[in-house]
Every structure is written in C-alpha cells, then in structure tokens.
Design a protein. Sequence first.
Length: 43
Amino acid sequence: MNRFEKDVQSKRNDLIDSGVGFIWSFGFFALIFAIGVIMKLFV
C-alpha cells in the first residue's frame, strides 16, 4: 500500500461524485439546447 492509499483526501463514494458530474454536464447541455430551441422558435 502506498502513502496515497493510506492518506485519502476524500472518503466519499466515487459513484456519487460521478453521478453529480454527469447530472451537471447533462443539465448544462440541456440548457444550451433549450436556449437554442427557444431562439429558433422566436427568431
């Protein structure tokens, strides 16, 4: 075991972090898509 495995900075589950990252990235692209659709409808 190396020293990085002994001294872990974050004890949280990686699944939670990856899920949060996926939701944020999906929400960002959905927002960009929604803005584009609204602009196409009204312009």
